[in-house]
Design a binder for this molecule. Structure first.
Ligand SMILES: [Zn+2]
Length: 81
């Protein structure tokens, strides 16, 4: 957990911190790269992509972020690679 390429951003809209590396990988609260999933039919956003904990459902750390929101955040900060 000492890679210098990792850093944290705080998001003003929520009290949560999330972590992204310079390759654009998003990390869950386990500090593992989050994986992209597709919202199921029970979701109000069925079919939308979101990032979630890769260890779900075995050891879910409750990490969750819509891909759309993440992309918007990336663009808002001009953090294009
Ligand atoms: Zn996790």
């Amino acid at each position: 957990m000492s890679s210098s390429s990792n850093f944290s951003w705080s998001v003003n809209r929520t009290p949560k911190l999330f972590k992204v590396d310079l390759d654009g990988n998003l990390y869950c609260h386990h500090e593992i790269v989050a994986i992209l999933r597709i919202a199921g039919p029970k979701s109000v956003r069925h079919g939308d992509q979101f990032y979630g904990c890769p260890q779900w459902p075995l050891s879910d750390c409750k990490f969750f972020m819509w891909k759309h929101d993440f992309d918007n955040f990336f663009e808002a900060h001009s953090f294009k690679l």
